[in-house]
Design a binder for this molecule. Structure first.
Ligand code: CR6
Length: 808
């Protein structure tokens, strides 16, 4: 049988009857139950397996095509993948949605009911993890041979609930009932070492023998990543840590020492236990470094295994392989590849280094200095002694190169060194990532420019050609077609076909409808219906959303000042001509980030005060939607009128929520930060509400000695808002928030307050003219095509990866 022809069993284009037969057979033989006794979970699993079979058939053909063509591969290494719910996506991507809807009746269920049982794997924190998911989707859609590598955390991002308005966290046991989308691949398990010591190798100055003190197994499983409108199905391979056989101590167990008997296994399994729950503190640092090395070590061995299936010459490795490092989390891959090549495969150092440098590329996702990872040298030395030696050698040779170019410039040397000396010796992962890669990119134009001019300036001086920009993007399938079916249908009808789903720039054709009264009417009724579905507030009110992680730089506190100002204005003039608004917040704060958690509490306290106020509540409502995740985003985004993108300029690397909202016809109120700048340039200045300092002005303000009190003293409305917070009108927590605003106001909230309030007034003026507003909304959608992740992937493919698609 020729696999490339497909195995025939799962022919596409099934009838409802055939699909029903498959369902029943899966119910009996794979789920082991019957229609009469099937639980909802049985029905859900059965449907998922049946849909999965359709993709698995394509997967088999994809793997065969890839094997035959021995292509250049993209390996995307990421500590996070926020894949989103799978069932609905896979129904769409396998083209089985309609027949499945009919066929599940045989199980006495509806599709909606079963989709409700689908649990999203929350294997990420926010934008970075969701970006990884959008990129692998687009790589498959563009037929790029690719594998995503990540960690299969037992517990994903914590579940958030509110308790008396404060964030409470619960563990996210996402796969507690199993995960039908996953294929375990125990045969491909890898062995990972930690701790221990190194020994010299006689006759070699660069090779060493590493004798690890702890051994852990990495067991992979994979999820299918289907392309849209193509046969390609790629995979994301996720590693789970296990103790080795030797980690269970039978003699202790027999002696009744049950806990001691399993402690080694437990310690091993802890490595993939939880997604690092907190990106703001120093806690658990060693465990996080362990996770990073675990991911890297398993993945690199797997990549090498795959390479050696079809190739034997190491000089071809970098031609067949590009490894994209998603932020610095997987950067230990650089010394690890060196270790494998030099110590295990016995290549000369220089040859290994040439291969390594050509293989890797690095995407930086931040400008916040505290988000650039560094590890204390002593932690590294204990956990990864051989890697530290390799890093020292890489650093020595690198600094020699710098010294040659800039003789005598010692300040430069110490800034560029991979090892920082002050206040303690630390390994600077971003420096390592720049030194060990062929290309470095930021994620939006401004971000890439600031990286070159500030954070990575010395490196850009040395290697200007290495630095690039690739503006982020999002999946139009998930965030329009699936999230907003009404809008999707209208677009398809207006454009004549659904080719826009893989060629999003075609949305520009909507421009000709922007002034058409009946089209506008339909546009508005879709938005309204989406708001009714969301049921967050009056569907005729202006739905103003701020959905993202809670962080002071993102400035939820600025939005809060606007709400309080509005509240005070209405109270002062109850008969004014106020525009009803529903302000919807959603987002999680890192569990140990107290300032962010205080802002959540204050938002809820202000919301409660307003709700209890008969004068203000008809015009203003504050809603906090709990447990923001991909699924919730898919419900909120289509219902939004106004998108809050109000970070201090120069702080948000890109943002991707801003793209999702604009694409769904929300107007943005925002600063000149991250991708906002590119959104504004495309949708048009007149269709974007701009306010605030730009990145340059913000930096100047800080340098010239910023005093938040000046703004407080000079602006009566601001003063009243802060006084109310401070006086406890909204409870005790106000005191801390006000204190931090008046004290140092790290993110210049007060400096941007007036400009923001005036801009919100302009928003309301625009809202009063529905035709004008709708026109702006249509134009936002029409000109957001650039923000498709398909375009992002095409940019990476052309400029960084230099890969060519393989059609299945
Ligand atoms: N927090 C950036 O802050 C960007 C995403 C994806 C972030 C955000 O602006 O859109 O990455 N950075 O590029 C990090 O996670 C370090 C994010 O999600």
């Amino acid at each position: 049988m020729d696999l490339r022809q497909g195995i025939g069993l799962r022919k596409l284009g099934k009838t409802v009857d055939e699909f029903q037969q498959d369902l029943l057979s899966n119910l009996y033989f794979r789920r082991g139950t019957t229609v009469e006794s099937a639980s909802p979970r049985d029905a859900y699993e059965t449907l998922s397996l049946t849909v999965r079979d359709h993709l698995a058939e394509r997967r088999a053909r994809t793997a065969a095509a890839h094997y035959a063509s021995n292509p250049r591969w993209v390996y995307y290494l990421s500590a996070e993948f926020l894949l989103g719910a799978q069932l609905e996506q896979n129904l769409l991507y396998s083209g089985t949605g309609e027949i499945a809807g009919q066929a599940v009746k045989a199980l006495g269920r509806t599709l909606e009911e079963l989709e409700g049982l689908d649990v999203e794997p929350g294997l990420g924190n926010g934008g970075l993890g969701r970006l990884a998911a959008c990129l692998v989707d687009s790589m498959a859609t563009r037929d790029i041979p690719a594998v995503g590598y990540g960690i299969r955390y037992d517990f994903g991002i914590f579940k958030q609930s509110l308790s008396d308005g404060a964030q409470a966290e619960r563990p996210d046991d996402w796969a507690f009932q199993g995960n039908p989308w996953e294929f375990p691949a125990p045969d491909d398990r890898q062995t990972v070492g930690f701790y221990g010591h190194t020994e010299p190798v006689p006759g070699s100055s660069t090779r060493k023998k590493w004798v690890p003190g702890e051994i852990v197994l990495g067991e992979p499983s994979h999820m299918l990543v289907p392309g849209y409108g193509t046969d390609t199905v790629n995979i994301v391979r996720l590693w789970r840590a296990r103790g080795s056989e030797a980690s269970f101590d039978l003699s202790r167990f027999s002696a009744g020492q049950y806990a001691e008997a399993v402690q080694e296994a437990v310690r091993a399994e802890n490595i993939s236990k939880v997604l690092y729950p907190d990106d703001s503190t120093e806690l658990g640092r060693e465990l996080r470094l362990k996770q990073q090395y675990f991911l890297v070590s398993c993945s690199l061995r797997d990549i090498i295994r795959r390479f050696r299936l079809r190739n034997s010459n190491w000089d071809e490795f970098a031609e067949k392989t590009v490894i994209q490092l998603n932020d610095t989390h997987p950067t230990i891959a650089i010394p690890e590849l060196m270790r494998l090549l030099v110590d295990e495969y016995e290549l000369e150092w220089d040859r290994a280094w040439a291969i390594t440098r050509k293989t890797f590329a690095y995407t930086c996702h931040t400008l916040l200095p505290e988000a650039l990872e560094t590890w204390p040298v002593h932690v590294f030395e204990r956990l990864l002694p051989r890697h530290l030696e390799i890093i020292y050698l890489i650093n020595m040779l690198f600094l020699r190169e710098v010294e040659e170019r800039f003789p005598g410039d010692n300040d430069r040397l110490s800034r560029m060194s991979i090892i920082g000396e002050q206040p303690e010796r630390r390994v600077r992962m971003a420096n390592l990532a720049v030194v060990g890669t062929e290309a470095v990119n930021g994620v939006a134009e401004l971000h890439s420019k600031l990286l070159r001019e500030t954070v990575l300036n010395d490196f850009a001086d040395l290697w200007p050609a290495k630095f690039q920009n690739v503006t982020n993007g999002i999946s139009p399938r998930r965030f329009v077609k699936l999230a907003n079916p009404r809008l999707s249908d209208l677009i398809t009808e207006s454009l004549g076909d659904d080719g826009w789903l893989t060629d999003l720039e075609r949305l520009a054709e909507l421009e000709s409808f922007a002034g058409d009264a009946s089209f506008q009417e339909r546009w508005r009724s879709i938005k309204r219906a989406n708001k009714v579905d969301l049921a967050a507030g009056d569907p005729d009110s202006l739905t103003d959303v701020m959905i993202k992680r809670f962080h002071e730089y993102k400035r939820q506190q600025l939005k809060l000042l606007h709400i309080i100002t509005q509240y005070q204005r209405i109270r002062n003039d109850p008969n004014g001509d106020w525009i009803p608004r529903t302000v919807l917040f959603a987002g999680k704060a890192a569990p140990a980030y107290h300032a962010a958690k205080n802002i959540i509490r204050l938002i809820n306290a202000v919301g409660a005060t307003i709700a209890a106020d008969p004068v203000v509540s008809p015009y203003l409502k504050v809603v906090f939607a709990e447990n923001y995740n991909v699924t919730l985003a898919e419900q909120i985004v289509p219902a939004a009128d106004l998108s809050e993108q109000i970070s201090l300029a120069g702080k948000e690397a890109s943002g991707t929520g801003n793209m999702k909202l604009a694409l769904n016809g929300a107007l943005t109120i925002g600063t000149l930060d991250g991708a906002n700048i590119e959104i504004r340039a495309r949708v048009g200045e007149e269709n974007f509400f701009l306010f605030g300092l730009d990145a340059f002005e913000a930096a100047e303000r800080k340098i010239s000695g910023y005093r938040p009190a000046d703004h407080y003293e000079q602006d009566a409305e601001l003063r009243q808002a802060i006084d109310a917070i401070n006086a406890g009108v909204f409870g005790d927590v106000g005191h801390d928030v006000a204190g931090s605003l008046l004290g140092h106001d790290e993110y210049l909230t007060l400096a941007d307050y007036r400009s923001y309030i005036d801009c919100q007034d302009a928003v309301e003026a625009a809202w009063r003219d529905p035709d004008h507003w709708t026109r702006m909304s249509i134009l936002n959608t029409a000109h957001s095509g650039f923000f498709s992740a398909d375009r992002t992937v095409a940019d990476y493919a052309a400029r960084i990866w230099r890969v060519t698609p393989v059609r299945v």
